[in-house]
Design a protein. Structure first.
Length: 318
């Protein structure tokens, strides 16, 4: 059966997860400045329920934001939300907060009069792409929902609902906002990928090359197979030498190393998040013994799979 590049995109989107989300509803009046520190291995999401505000990235890039704007910062770069570019900045963790529900807390930045408040709904989350974590590094510093409005009109009612829920604060609004934010963040990522990944280079070449896509899709579909270069070249419909050269050029690594790292990303997911037995995961990912799996895990991740379960923590990135 012939597979095309969109199959790899579908595989990536199917495996996309936004987990461990902690949201904040921030209410402020000018002048204000709220700083968000670098969060390795996590993404940041902001929705401007009532503006205006200014986004200032660590790189110096600034973006004017108005009511209804949403943005996604895939690599968790440090940044600030301000009333104006010259406002004093305070870390978000320094403001007092009150829990609204399990995943949302309320923050008021003093002074806060009863009218003309800026309202921002913000989230910090673990961001996974079904084993395709290298693609996250190729994503732009900031992904704006405004760039998708014309091609993805279904975002409009979602943003309108978020604006309504965050300002009206009816019963259960926090939980509904969190779920809407998850969907909007996922749509922002999908829109970027399906529109061609902008001007990104490097690993994105895989998505643009149907031959490479077929081979990597095969590895993601069956990570437990010990794929050889010859077998992957057959999947790609090219010679071994051409495939190996294209693969290295696009991904910066070899097929064997990519497969090993893919297996470890999946192992972390299966063990750390899905609580599968380590022995089951070892067999599922193609290792002949628990000892062989443990050696590979420690070599790539830096510690044993048992330590991952005991610590209950997921490594930042592989």
């Amino acid at each position: 059966m012939t597979l095309h590049a969109p199959d790899l995109i579908s595989e990536m989107l199917r495996g996309m997860r936004l987990s461990g989300v902690k949201y904040r509803r921030i209410e402020a009046s000018a002048p204000f400045g709220v700083a968000f520190s670098h969060a390795p291995g996590k993404a940041q999401f902001h929705f401007i329920s009532r503006g205006p505000a200014v986004l200032k990235m660590e790189s110096g890039a600034t973006f004017a934001l108005n009511s209804g704007d949403a943005l996604f910062i895939p690599n968790g770069n440090s940044h600030a939300l301000l009333s104006d570019e010259h406002a004093d900045v305070t870390p978000v963790s320094a403001f007092p907060s009150e829990p609204i529900c399990n995943s949302v807390c309320d923050i008021h930045c003093e002074p806060c009069p009863d009218s003309e408040n800026v309202i921002i709904f913000s989230g910090c989350m673990d961001f996974e792409l079904g084993g395709m974590q290298p693609l996250i590094r190729a994503m732009p510093e900031v992904m704006m929902v405004s760039r998708l409005m014309s091609t993805w009109p279904e975002i409009h009612p979602l943003l309108a609902a978020m604006e309504r829920e965050s300002t009206a604060q009816q019963v259960g609004f926090a939980g509904i906002l969190a779920r809407l934010a998850d969907v909007v963040a996922a749509l922002i990522v999908r829109g970027w990928v399906e529109s061609g990944c902008g001007k990104a280079t490097g690993w994105v070449q895989v998505l643009r090359d149907p031959r490479l896509s077929r081979a990597i899709y095969a590895m993601h579909q069956q990570p437990g197979i010990n794929w050889s270069v010859a077998e992957l070249a057959r999947e790609a419909g090219t010679s071994r030498s051409v495939f190996a050269e294209r693969f290295l050029s696009a991904t910066g690594t070899t097929p064997a190393k990519y497969l090993g790292e893919l297996r470890m990303r999946l192992a972390i997911q299966y063990i750390g998040q899905e609580n599968q037995a380590i022995e089951t995961v070892a067999l599922r990912l193609g290792y002949s013994s628990l000892a062989a799996f443990s050696r590979a895990f420690k070599r790539i991740v830096g510690h044993s799979p048992g330590a991952l379960r005991e610590a209950g923590q997921v490594p930042e990135e592989i």
